[in-house]
Design a protein. Structure first.
Length: 506
């Protein structure tokens, strides 16, 4: 196994599935679905080999390094540490869930749909394993196009508006990021070094304060839009509401994590002085996002939009933990990304389940579903409690560690975020009570006789998420141990930053 290019197999196995689909007739939908599922399962199987990562070994493992465009310092450089490993496995698991769940809901242009979903896998996985900044940018852009197609072709009635907004926001941010990537490479070369985009060579170089500030702002805009942080979040609810269920699973479960990963992998280690100086501003924005997302979710009439705004709040915890620069906060940030991907992906899937039966997501049109769909109600309750951070489920661990890290940073910041624990319980449990335990609305009675409980396929799609949300809640050590060394390296980078000489007013 040591001789296999495992990371390339993880990333490009879905692309092999796309190539096979080219030769399958569009009318053979059964074969198309099986090919897409097998390709995604193969990528998942290869990603599980990464569990052989040694937390006490070299920083980056399973590395691949091939000259790509040597004249411009670009290389095909891949590698993982504990941070990227957990996100790669999260991506492959959620991709399999999304592709499998799509078997019933997707009836039109099936071949194009599954080819698009597999290409989306390639882009997302490439982002997490790239160790060359230009290669990272290429994969980042690859992940944008398939999601645009998924929402724009298979989305809801306002899908064109949602996709245009999504593309404008993310494209502006990514173009600024490209400028920053080129700028740091030029600055590194101007000091007499070889021109390169290698992450390991650029990291630790003493860039000037001015360049760090400007490059950090450019990276910040690209990553903050993707997270999304307040006030760059307005594209997210529209994209979620219009996206098909599988698109929402991937959007919330993985694509938002690209932004958080970008901060932890690139912004902070490459530009530690600027990261330290801008940290108070980012922490303030994170606290606003946490509170804002919870309050706006509380008044949403649409189940899917409520879960979308809860993502703004939960990802605020990710950003808060990332920029308090202590072990608890940073480990909580990574764990929160993993947990949010599992719980919110499951919640979007469950909203999709009821939508496929009723073609309705309005909370006021529901009521009494526990009597008609008891198994559905039980599993929805499990992920509702995970979302609000019930001890014993994965949501508790990440939020607890972030709040603990925030207390070490500033007690008032921690106190403000603790309010959200109450607010999140209010909006999630209130929604759960209105949908499942009130008297059925007159609207609900129209489709009440035709309702059926969870199918075997829906249970199979949810099964890995059920296992993970409980297992990581009871025993979070595998994730925390994997990310311990990367977190300490981030802290070491910012400890060496000369904040006093940076010259910002705070």
């Amino acid at each position: 196994m040591s001789g296999l290019p495992i990371l390339s197999l993880v990333v490009f196995t879905p692309l092999l599935g796309v190539l096979v689909l080219l030769f399958v007739p569009a009318g053979n939908q059964r074969a198309i679905r099986w090919i897409a599922l097998i390709a995604s399962l193969a990528s998942l199987a290869f990603s599980l080999l990464l569990l052989g990562y040694d937390p006490h070994g070299a920083e980056f493992q399973f590395t691949e390094n091939v000259e790509w465009i040597p004249a411009f310092g670009m290389g095909y450089r891949l590698g993982i540490d504990g941070l990227s490993m957990v996100l790669v496995i999260l991506t492959t698991v959620l991709s399999v869930v999304a592709i499998f769940y799509s078997w019933e809901p997707i009836k039109t242009r099936v071949k194009e749909y599954y080819a698009t979903m597999l290409l989306l896998m390639v882009g997302m996985l490439g982002v997490f394993v790239a160790l060359d900044l230009f290669l990272f940018y290429v994969f980042w852009e690859i992940s944008l196009i398939p999601m645009y197609l998924v929402i724009g072709i298979w989305g809801g009635p306002r899908r064109i508006y949602a996709t245009v907004k999504f593309v404008i926001y993310t494209l502006v941010g990514s173009l600024l990021m490209l400028v920053a990537i080129v700028a740091v490479a030029i600055a590194h070369a101007s000091a007499g070094n070889a021109f390169t985009f290698s992450y390991t060579e650029l990291r630790g170089f003493p860039f000037s304060d001015t360049l760090q500030a400007l490059a950090f702002v450019a990276f910040f805009l690209a990553f903050a839009i993707k997270v999304p942080m307040w006030p760059f979040h307005t594209w997210l609810p529209d994209a979620h509401v219009e996206a098909p269920t599988a698109g929402s699973i991937i959007l919330a479960g993985v694509l938002l994590k690209l932004g958080g990963y970008g901060f932890l992998r690139y912004s902070i280690p490459l530009l530690p002085n600027a990261a330290m100086s801008f940290a108070p501003v980012i922490i303030a924005l994170a606290v606003i996002a946490i509170l804002y997302g919870a309050l706006v979710a509380m008044v949403q009439p649409d189940m899917k939009k409520l879960v979308a705004y809860s993502s703004v709040s939960h990802m605020g915890f990710v950003m808060l933990g990332a920029f308090v620069f202590n072990t608890q906060g940073l480990q909580g940030s990574v764990f929160q990304m993993v947990s949010h991907g599992i719980t919110t992906g499951a919640l979007f899937l469950l909203v999709g389940v009821i939508y496929e039966r009723t073609h309705d997501r309005q909370i006021a049109h529901m009521g009494g579903l526990n009597a008609r769909l008891p198994r559905y109600a039980a599993i929805f309750g499990l992920f509702t409690f995970a979302s609000i951070g019930l001890p014993g489920l994965s949501g508790f661990v990440g939020e607890f560690l972030v709040v603990l890290g925030a207390f070490r940073y500033n007690g008032w910041v921690a106190a403000a975020t603790m309010l959200v624990v109450i607010a999140s319980a209010v909006y999630m449990l209130w929604m759960f009570q209105r949908v499942f335990f009130t008297v059925p609305s007159d609207w609900a009675r129209r489709w009440w006789p035709a309702l059926r409980d969870m199918s075997r396929g829906e249970w199979l799609a949810l099964a890995p998420l059920i296992v993970l949300v409980v297992a990581l809640g009871v025993y979070p050590a595998p994730v925390l141990n994997a990310v311990a060394a990367p977190v300490e390296r981030i802290i070491d980078a910012v400890r060496g930053a000369g904040l006093a000489s940076f010259g910002l007013p705070w």
